[in-house]
Design a protein around this ligand. Structure first.
Ligand SMILES: [Fe+2]
Length: 443
């Protein structure tokens, strides 16, 4: 089945396609013709530019969007620090790496607890990462677990990076400045740096999932090389919301939460942030159904590198060609037909670090849906002895892998450290001949 069969119907409209210029207007004629910044915008709207890259970035990497809104986003009171943030989980290091404990042991986390009292902002737990958002270098890995929607008149944004959000349980109903998205388990979304949004639960169902925050650059589709022009994640399957606004600017008070340099700030404003009537440009949120991913693999023999399952990548230029600060990789149902092949992953030590989560289904061992594990740089791992013996002697008939399961991996060229919260919640340090993960994904 090429597309996930969801229990929850998505009522929203989208624009299809990954990257490139898009435009949307909630009221016909709200987008000015030809000019981006006319002397007077249609309907008396304010124009505002939202830039996600340097103005002078190369044309194919330039990400800028023009917003036409009822009031400028600059209209708010001063930001105040939120020192008593529930669990301090957002707080990041001011100097590179000092917040993280970097250890070579394999780490395993049991499914993270739900938190009925938390809404989106309080639910973000930084578990691991590398680098520093103030230098726009590195990554942050979060888990979220919330039991209630954000207050109706509140919004959140991160100035630190792009959020790649992967629901594991519960559907997220997200209103962004540029429009609304429903993001269900098996889907993920990306909300770029700076874009303001509100997260509500669907039918009050608690939600849990994972986030990769990218402090540098933006995600792109991997090159396909000899694969050709189609396969893996196809551009047409990405969906961007259409313009949608509300009018709330008289006798009203909104709370705006901003993640800035790893710390949380809040400001009051007397109008809604969700008043963008029309927009056009190259910088916007989007979502994708992992069920639409078109996996490719060996059809004769050998176990191929897991990079063949890359959905999105964020290159790291200083680390060399083809090297990513973050690859987002997914493992879903597929056939394994390799002959004369040890089908599980080979034993390996990689320069890249691997953080995995399980969205649904079962893995052997203690890796559970809603949990996670980390295999760090050059830490050797592979299947356990029992699996090795089984795979070495099995009859190599075509086999359907991971039916009903879906897992993902954040692969990074950076050595990933764990936060205090991450260490506190870790279930076990796996230090043995056999680790849990890789076998599943590929056996
Ligand atoms: Fe691995």
């Amino acid at each position: 089945m090429p597309v996930t069969q969801f229990n929850v119907i998505d009522p929203y409209k989208y624009i299809n396609g990954f990257g490139g210029h898009k435009e949307s207007e909630a009221i016909e004629g709200a987008l000015p013709l030809a000019a981006n910044s006319p002397q007077k915008c249609p309907y008396g709207l304010y124009n505002e530019k939202l830039s996600g890259s340097a103005f002078t970035a190369p044309r194919n990497e330039n990400q800028q969007t023009w917003l036409y809104r009822i009031l400028p986003s600059a209209s708010h009171q001063s930001f105040e620090s939120v020192p008593d943030h529930v669990n301090q989980s957002l707080i990041h290091s001011k100097s590179s790496g000092s917040q993280f404990t970097v250890i070579p042991n394999q780490l395993l986390w049991a499914p993270f607890d739900f938190d009925s009292g938390s809404s989106w902002v309080d639910s973000l737990h930084l578990i691991a990462g590398a680098g520093d958002p103030t230098l726009k270098q590195g990554i942050g890995y979060y888990v979220y677990a919330l039991g209630r929607s954000m207050d109706e008149k509140s919004a959140f944004y991160s100035a630190d990076g792009d959020f790649l959000i992967i629901p594991q349980h519960g559907t997220l109903d997200i209103r962004t400045e540029l429009g609304k998205m429903l993001v269900r388990p098996s889907e993920f979304c990306v909300i770029p740096r700076g874009i303001r949004y509100h997260v509500a639960l669907h039918d009050s169902e608690p939600a849990r999932g994972y986030i990769l925050e990218l402090y540098q650059g933006h995600f792109q589709l991997p090159e396909l090389g000899p694969i050709g022009s189609n396969g893996l994640a196809n551009a047409r399957d990405f969906q961007t919301p259409v313009a949608d606004f509300i009018e709330d600017y008289e006798n009203t008070e909104w709370s705006l939460y901003g993640k800035f340099g790893g710390n949380l700030f809040s400001a009051k404003q007397s109008h809604t942030p969700f008043d963008v009537v029309a927009w056009h440009g190259t910088y916007y949120p989007y979502k994708y159904d992992l069920g639409r991913f078109c996996p490719l693999n060996a059809v004769s023999h050998d176990h191929i590198d897991p990079s063949i399952f890359t959905v999105l990548t964020a290159p790291s230029i200083p680390h060399g060609p083809g090297t990513a600060v973050a690859d987002f990789v997914c493992f879903g149902p597929r056939w394994n037909v390799s002959e004369n092949t040890f089908r599980p992953p080979w034993y390996h030590r990689n320069t890249m670090s691997e953080f995995m989560g399980l969205i649904k289904g079962n893995y052997p061992g203690d890796f559970r849906a809603g949990g996670a594990n980390l295999h760090n740089t050059m830490s050797g791992h592979g299947v356990d002895t029992q699996t090795f013996e089984k795979a070495s002697g099995m009859d190599l008939v075509p086999t359907k892998l991971m039916q009903g399961s879906l897992s993902f991996m954040f692969e990074s060229c950076l050595m990933v450290g764990v936060t205090e919260w991450g260490l506190k919640t870790v279930a076990s340090k796996v230090h043995q001949f056999g680790a849990i993960v890789d076998l599943v994904a590929d056996m």
